[in-house]
Design a protein around this ligand. Structure first.
Ligand code: BGC
Length: 966
């Protein structure tokens, strides 16, 4: 014991001597979680001024950062020696921990950079330097690309028969090469017009799916960066290869086949006919010399591999008898393989392309993407496996596996059987009454995989690579005997956005709905925020995304995912300034000049605004400012003379409302006002005062027009729908002194409707916030807890594990035919996140976690606790536990009402402050940690106003207790 103490003492003395002010005890403030461009140790960074972020952690209340220092070097050893040849920020006063721009020496293509940070706390104590973190630059200049786009020789005509599916086999590419010296570092930069998997020396590189990603390939292509140092053999023989499938480039996309878009209306070839591949392997030897292995005509190609069909929405077919053996190893005899050609050698294919905008001439031949951009978002990977829960045999030889969860991804098939046996897998979200998989809602998406056995006595295991499905059930046919349960395992795929939110409360139905929303988000954050993962759609629908984005940000860290998608959105901007219905935008859905809709087009403003609010990201605003300004000019120019909105665009409006149609002009007016407000706020954040003034003036004009056209003196509206009130209230167009009146009208309408909502995508998103904000919180909670159609709870009590597209996607009375029995079962997804947007209210209002100003630097904890009378139908919510891992660290708000007391546990991350709002005006009754709350060290201000007390606190955990009757 004594020796231990002495050792500790010596340790402490040594630590003190090492750095006069360094604090290393429990009280210290330490930088952790170093990220560059929102990603951990990213490779392929193509921003010349990458941004850093870290978190500071401390066990001490009120801990904050008063200064920071970042240094950047070419190696971690250099940093350890205290050398920062690229950048040393020096001690920089301030509490910023994110959006910190690199300001050192010019960064070059391919450069490896190492950085570390140390911070000073509010007392001036400096931390240790963090462990070094690494990032690597991508290719910054067009000239850096020495590789050429390659393809197979292809002068065949394209598929023109819309009545038949055309599913060409992916192509394998390969090349042998020899390294001459000791390899120090090897990196592959790769891209495809199509989707690719990269191989090195026999193995697939990395775990990402559907690379490089979806963009308008005629304008821009993404590339990926693969660190392959460990895979390349020094002084020896190597092989590089790839499998390249159609993907979004030339495969079936969206509902193109259903409605007959594309060349000859075949629903495919939206960007071109024949996939192409680009790869550049850069080898750096230990002696400093370099060597490149690039795609060119020396590569070989074949379409003869085992994958016979491969399409994102149609499915994949694999014939294990055709496996190519060791094709990706050096020395493979590629006998029947052809010589690859430069993609540019293939002929132009001039034809006519059709969509709703009309007919236009297109070239389906190769066109080199003019811009190569690094993919700077978490890749699509397998994030979880779902073992099958049961297998049934509803018809002879038809085996149906239940994976217990509706999700998006693929399966792993494990079988044993005779060579040549062909297994068919079909996928569905629901079962019919007869136990068969329901596939009507897949429309023209075939969503079928095939596997032909090679007859391995040890058994065979297979998973597709270039497709995904949205499903819970798998139908397997082709086997004579009932397979084991482990024949099918679900593999969950999505962009790996780290989960950040947890919500639980005393009503298990709501807890389950929160989980369903998170699952539905995972099922749809696949490359772009899609509307649904199962049918022939899967497009980045803008209305859905804007309604849901704030909820998305509670559930997961979506900063880089949206940073990437907002680039796609800008790229899709229509020539006259509107943002289209979805992005990317391969096919026009509306007539000429009509491919936008109120509330959908506005996603181009609402999404960047939300990312800025949640992550404090002003760079996104700056980068898209021109585009956003163009949009706003179009939006302003397209208003009526008096400033009211118009119905120029597509008629989605309050899409999927329940029998209450709100005129598009009304919706358009509200959304215009909303984005004007946001633009004013963002202009100020960027120091663009004149623009802010213009947006403010325009906002006033729209508000006046709204008032004159729609508002009655008693707070009622001339458009008498729930959604009209919701929008008028949430956008603030209803005059302030009429808002509570208006909210009462809204409440009255809901009551008259049997305490049911009638809202669609746009109204639902803001319904509960509008009620809670304007004196109708009890009703908001009652709606959230409802189990009656239409409600969130109705889905849960009907067994939902995901969020449905329609309130009546399934009803007990009419199954998949909606509440009236006449619904089109084909247009009926069980995985649409839009109505899940209510979870924003669950986190923000019920749990009360919010940000004051951008970036959660000033946290707001203001839970709204429902009164005892709030719910005659269900037990009133009496506890909530919510956690949100913000950009600055974890925030927690747990509350519980019990025995006339309210107990609250709150956690505020280091280096932030918080306003905590408690439901009592009597400060003398509020205890924290057992003691009465007092102005001083922990409570910087205490204000009682109305029925609440506001406490301003610093970081830390707090345990409150106060008498509370409801
Ligand atoms: C999609 C929606 C989308 C809508 C536009 C649908 O087909 O699935 O979620 O927003 O079209 O009305």
């Amino acid at each position: 014991m004594k020796t231990h103490f002495i050792l500790l003492l010596i340790g402490a003395i040594v630590a003190c001597c090492a750095s006069a002010h360094a604090v290393q005890d429990n009280d210290s403030l330490d930088p952790t979680a170093l990220r560059c461009e929102y990603l951990e140790e990213p490779v392929g960074v193509d921003s010349r001024l990458p941004r850093f972020s870290w978190r500071v952690e401390s066990h001490r209340r009120g801990a904050s950062q008063s200064a920071w220092q970042v240094r950047v070097a070419r190696s971690s050893e250099a940093l350890r020696r205290g050398k920062a040849e690229l950048w040393d920020s020096g001690r920089t006063a301030g509490n910023d921990t994110n959006q910190i721009e690199y300001q050192g020496m010019a960064l070059k293509s391919g450069m490896e950079c190492f950085w570390q940070v140390r911070v000073w706390d509010e007392k001036g104590n400096v931390s240790k330097w963090s462990e070094p973190a690494r990032w690597a630059m991508g290719l910054l200049n067009e000239q850096d690309w020495k590789a050429q786009w390659i393809s197979c020789e292809d002068d065949a005509s394209y598929h023109k028969d819309r009545s038949k599916l055309h599913l060409p086999a992916p192509r394998h590419y390969r090349k042998d090469f020899t390294t001459k010296r000791e390899v120090k570092r090897a990196v592959v930069y790769a891209s495809a017009l199509g989707v690719y998997d990269l191989y090195l020396n026999g193995e697939r590189v990395g775990d990402a799916y559907l690379q490089p990603g979806w963009s308008d390939y005629k304008k821009r292509a993404y590339y990926r960066t693969h660190e392959v140092t460990e895979w390349v053999r020094s002084k020896g023989k190597n092989a590089i290869g790839a499998v390249v499938a159609d993907g979004w480039y030339s495969g079936y996309v969206g509902y193109g086949l259903l409605v007959g878009y594309g060349p000859d209306k075949v629903g495919r070839y939206f960007y071109g006919k024949t996939p192409a591949f680009l790869a550049q392997l850069e080898i750096e030897y230990t002696d400093g010399s370099r060597e490149l292995v690039v795609t060119d005509e020396s590569w070989r190609v074949t379409d003869g591999g085992p994958t016979r069909e491969s399409d994102i929405i149609m499915g994949e077919a694999y014939d294990a008898r055709m496996e190519l053996g060791e094709w990706a190893l050096p020395g493979y005899k590629a006998k029947d393989w052809e010589r690859a050609v430069l993609a540019s050698r293939n002929p132009r294919i001039d034809t006519v392309y059709t969509d709703r905008a009309g007919r236009k001439p297109v070239n389906l031949g190769f066109e080199k993407p003019p811009v190569m951009q690094s993919y700077m978002a978490p890749p699509i990977v397998a994030t979880e496996e779902l073992p099958a829960r049961s297998v049934s045999e509803p018809e002879k030889g038809v085996f149906v596996f239940d994976l217990g969860q509706n999700f998006a991804g693929i399966v792993r098939l494990k079988v044993k059987g005779e060579r040549g046996t062909r297994i068919r897998l079909r996928f569905g979200e629901m079962l019919k009454e007869n136990g068969m998989v329901m596939t009507e809602n897949l429309r023209r998406a075939r969503v079928t995989d095939f596997y032909t056995l090679k007859g391995d006595p040890e058994g065979e295991v297979w998973s597709p690579r270039f497709t995904y499905h949205g499903f819970q059930y798998v139908e397997l046919t082709g086997l004579d005997v009932k397979p084991e349960l482990d024949a099918i395992t679900g593999i969950v795929l999505h962009n790996d956005t780290p989960l950040t939110g947890e919500f639980e409360c005393s009503d298990p139905v709501l807890t389950q709905f929160g989980k369903n929303a998170q699952w539905t988000q995972r099922a749809n954050f696949l490359e772009v925020p899609t509307d649904c993962p199962q049918r022939d759609e899967r497009l980045g629908w803008m209305g859905d995304a804007q309604a849901y984005i704030r909820t998305a940000s509670y559930n997961a860290d979506v900063a880089s995912f949206f940073t990437k998608w907002i680039d796609d959105v800008e790229e899709s901007q229509l020539s006259f300034g509107a943002y289209p219905d979805y992005a990317p935008y391969p096919m026009a859905h509306g007539g000429s000049g009509k491919s936008f809709g109120s509330g959908w087009t506005d996603a181009g403003i609402i999404c960047p605004w939300t990312i800025w609010k949640v992550y404090g990201d002003t760079r996104m605003l700056e980068e898209h400012w021109d585009s956003m300004t163009r949009f706003m000019e179009w939006r302003y120019a397209s208003t009526a003379v008096n400033g009211l909105g118009t119905s120029l665009g597509n008629p989605w409006g309050d899409w999927l409302n329940v029998g209450e149609k709100t005129p598009i002009e009304f919706i358009d007016t509200c959304y215009h006002a909303m984005v004007l407000d946001m633009m004013e706020e963002m202009s100020l954040a960027l120091g663009r005062r004149l623009e802010a003034e213009t947006y403010r003036e325009r906002g006033e004009k729209v508000a006046k027009a709204f008032e004159a056209a729609y508002l009655n003196e008693d707070g009622t509206l001339k458009v008498d729908t729930q959604t009209a009130y919701v929008l008028g209230l949430s956008v603030g167009l209803i005059l302030e002194d009429l808002r509570s009146e208006a909210a009462m009208h809204l409440a009255g309408k809901i009551e008259k409707n049997g305490f049911r909502m009638a809202t669609g995508f746009l109204g639902t998103r803001s319904l509960l916030p509008a009620l809670s904000e304007h004196g109708q919180h009890e009703l908001a909670t009652r709606l959230f807890q409802s189990r009656e159609y239409p409600s969130w709870g109705y889905e849960v009590v009907n067994g939902a594990t995901s969020v449905w597209e329609r309130w009546d996607s399934y009803t007990k009375e009419f199954g998949f035919n909606g509440a009236n029995g006449k619904q089109n079962a084909g247009m009926n997804s069980f995985s649409h996140y839009a109505f899940g947007a209510v979870m924003e209210w669950a986190y923000r209002t019920l749990a009360g976690i919010d940000t004051i100003g951008p970036g959660y630097r000033h946290v707001l904890i203001h839970p709204r606790i429902p009164g005892s009378e709030s719910n005659p139908d269900n037990e009133v919510v009496d506890w909530v536990k919510a956690r949100y891992d913000s950009i600055n660290g974890p925030i927690r708000s747990d509350w519980k009402v019990e025995d006339g007391m309210l107990r609250m546990n709150v956690e505020i991350p280091a280096n932030t402050k918080a306003t905590i709002v408690l439901p009592s005006k009597d400060v003398s009754q509020i205890k924290e940690g057992g003691a009465l709350v007092r102005l001083g060290e922990h409570f910087h201000s205490i204000d009682s106003e109305g029925d609440v007390t506001r406490l301003l606190v610093g970081a830390g955990t707090y345990v409150f207790e106060l008498p509370f009757t409801r």
